[in-house]
Every structure is written in structure tokens, then in C-alpha cells.
Ligand binder design. Structure first.
Ligand code: FES
Length: 381
């Protein structure tokens, strides 16, 4: 047939004809243009009863299977919580093809997966074996239902709920409810734990900086006196002890939850990446926000170097305008305004490190960072 619907010369009347079309041509079509008025109702195939419909023992067995599946979910949720509160965050295991995997995170994934799988399989098995399986027919009618139909619908729904036997099978109801209820808790604990102010938490704010740590020139690793910084100067700085392996760290500076990496070198790199700070000296009267002045020392202020957009190092300081620039996507931070973003895609100011001087006149951190450094979810140092 060509584009106009004409059969090709010498070919069959309709080269694409199927049995169905032939049947229509032979009498099931009425009206004009070959459009069928109606199709014959093919009816429903005979209903096949499931084992649980006709055999009480099968129904009981199916019920036990559903409960077992929901219990898998419950146990997995509890296992998640146990892992969260007992396993250290910083242990890794090497698995061929996957490389080094964080044990805690891997187990989290397994538990959450099993928990969800238990709920899913339990619900599907319940629906397939025990929920009503009868075919219902509803004749078509105009779209707006009459009040009578709506009343009937409500009654049907009530009947359906009764047929679903939820009341008659309280064990499933309880196990399913427990599985669904508990499934929400592990992610909640994880999120609140990571972001909130509780014990294992506040991790996003943590870097290597701790109160009393000296600011050290990088890469010389020498302490800095306030007088070493002239007006307009900028210096790249890291915390004291940053290059020391864990066993040599003074007790008070040892990481609370252990190192983030088993690998010492990686651990030190990780520390450095998050703790890098830029120190600048401005005239005190240039600061437009009192907090910047108060958290600094005689016009010397320290800001985290990691861009809050995507984590590039903010490296360019414009002495005249007191702007810090990120070379990656040109986010610009105004130092006089507490490093507020004045241009570019970054959404948060750079975090300020509160500094002062020690008895010997060296610059020290008065406290660690009080807000998360970097773009979003850096891990613990
Ligand atoms: S990473 Fe700094 S602007 Fe994108």
C-alpha cells in the first residue's frame, strides 16, 4: 500500500492484512469507513482457584511465608542499627573486583537492601497468595458517577478490606506494620546522626583543627607570628601536627573515631584537603561584619580554602577588593563580609576559623570550624 492507501499494482488487495482485519471485513464491521461499531465481548476465562483459596493448610503456609519475609526486613533494620552503633566507620576490606570497601557502609547497604527486599517480597507474596483473586466487572458508564454509585463504591471498598482479611490475620498486620515502620528508622538515624549535634555527629563540621593548634606555613611547616603578616598579604596555612602519623599525634589531638583511612598516607592527605586555610591581613576598619573582626586577630583572618560549590581550592586573593576567587567556576567571596558569596554558583560562604595568639605570640586556632567545610558531605577527618 502506498502513502495514499492504494494497493501496489499487481499486489494483494491489502498486503498487510491480518486475520483480525479479515474477520472484521467478514461481518463484524458496521457503519462507514470500515470502523467497527463494537467488538464482541470475549468474556472472561474460567476462574482458577489458588491453593490458598481452597486449602486452609496452604493458606496458613502462605501466611507464615509472608510473615517470614516481613521478619527478614525487621531483622535487617535492627542489624543496620547495631552496625551503626557498634562498628567503627573507618575499617576497610579488600574485595577482588570491588577494591577497598568501607565495611560499615557496605553492611549498611546490605541491611537496607534486605530490609526493602523483605517488605517488597512479603507484600507481593501476600497479594499473590492470600489477597482476593476474583475478577470484577464494571460496566462502562458516563464519567460522573451518581451518588448511588459512589455509595456503592464505598461499600465495595469496605467489603474489599474485609475480604483482604487484614483483621483476620493480625500476625501479618503486625509483622508488615513493624517492617514498614522500622524501615524508615535506619536512614533517619543515619541522616540525623551525620548532620545533627549528637555524639557521633557533627562530623561534617570536623576537620583536623582543634583549639590551641598553631597555624603553620605550608609547605615550610613553621609557626606564624602576627607580625609575620604584613597588610594585604595572604598565606597558605595548615594546622600543627598535620603531617604526623597517628601514633605520634599528641593524645589530645588523636581523632575521636579513629582515622578515616586505614592507609596512613591517604589519611594525611585527607586531613590536609579539609583543613587547608588561607590567612589574610586587612585593615580592621575594612571589615563590614563585626564577627569577622572578632574571630580574627588584629586584622588577620583565616578562612577554609575549599570552595563551597564543588570543592576546588580557592586560590586567588584580590588585595584591592578583598575578594577570594575560585578558579573552577569563578565563585567570588568577599572577605570583608565574612566571605559571603558575591558571584558564581557557590551557595555558602567559606567557613571562618576563629584565631588568636598563644603565650609565645604565635597564631593559634581558638576552636575548630563551627560549620561544615567544603561543598556538602565531606567525611570525618
Ligand atoms: S568549585 Fe568553586 S566555583 Fe565551582
Amino acid at each position: 500500500m502506498n502513502a495514499q492507501g492504494t494497493p501496489p499494482p499487481g499486489g494483494p488487495a491489502n498486503p498487510y492484512a491480518t486475520g483480525h482485519e479479515v474477520a472484521l471485513d467478514q461481518g463484524h464491521v458496521a457503519g462507514t469507513g470500515g470502523v467497527p461499531d463494537r467488538f464482541e465481548n470475549p468474556g472472561l476465562p474460567p476462574h482458577v482457584y489458588r491453593a490458598a483459596d481452597v486449602d486452609k493448610k496452604s493458606a496458613k503456609r502462605a501466611e507464615r511465608q509472608v510473615v517470614a519475609l516481613f521478619l527478614v526486613s525487621v531483622i535487617s533494620s535492627f542489624a543496620f542499627l547495631a552496625i551503626y552503633f557498634t562498628l567503627p566507620q573507618n575499617k576497610y576490606v579488600f574485595i577482588p573486583f570491588f577494591g577497598h570497601l568501607n565495611i560499615q557502609h557496605t553492611l549498611f547497604g546490605l541491611c537496607l537492601g534486605l530490609s526493602l527486599l523483605g517488605i517488597g517480597l512479603g507484600a507481593v507474596h501476600w497479594a499473590k497468595t492470600l489477597m482476593p483473586d476474583t475478577e470484577s466487572i464494571e460496566e462502562r458508564h458516563s464519567l460522573a458517577s451518581s451518588p448511588q454509585t459512589r455509595r456503592e463504591l464505598v461499600e465495595t471498598l469496605h467489603e474489599g478490606a474485609a475480604d483482604a482479611q487484614i483483621k483476620r490475620r493480625p500476625l501479618i498486620k503486625m509483622a508488615g506494620g513493624a517492617a514498614l515502620g522500622l524501615f524508615a528508622i535506619p536512614p533517619l538515624v543515619q541522616v540525623v546522626g551525620a548532620l545533627g549535634p549528637l555524639g557521633k555527629t557533627g562530623q561534617l563540621r570536623e576537620t583536623f583543627w582543634q583549639p590551641g593548634m598553631r597555624l603553620m606555613r605550608d609547605p615550610e611547616n613553621t609557626p606564624i607570628r602576627a607580625s609575620d603578616l604584613s597588610l594585604g598579604s595572604v598565606m597558605h596555612v595548615l594546622p600543627e601536627h598535620i603531617n604526623e602519623p597517628l601514633e605520634k599525634l599528641p593524645e589530645k589531638y588523636a581523632p575521636k573515631g579513629g582515622p578515616y583511612h586505614n592507609d596512613q598516607e591517604l589519611h594525611i592527605l585527607d586531613r590536609k584537603a579539609k583543613a587547608a586555610v588561607l590567612v589574610m591581613r586587612l585593615k580592621e576598619e575594612d571589615f563590614k561584619v563585626a564577627k569577622v573582626r572578632e574571630w580574627g586577630y588584629q586584622g588577620i583572618v583565616a578562612y577554609n580554602k575549599i570552595c563551597t560549590h564543588a570543592g576546588c581550592p580557592v586560590g586567588l586573593y584580590e588585595q584591592q577588593t578583598h575578594h577570594l576567587l575560585c578558579p573552577c567556576h569563578q565563585s567570588t567571596f568577599d572577605v570583608t563580609m565574612d566571605c559571603e558569596v558575591i558571584f558564581g554558583p557557590a551557595k555558602r560562604p567559606l567557613p571562618q576559623l576563629k584565631i588568636t595568639v598563644d603565650d609565645e605570640g604565635y597564631l593559634i586556632a581558638e576552636q575548630g570550624f563551627t560549620v561544615p567545610v567544603g561543598p556538602s558531605h565531606w567525611t570525618k577527618y
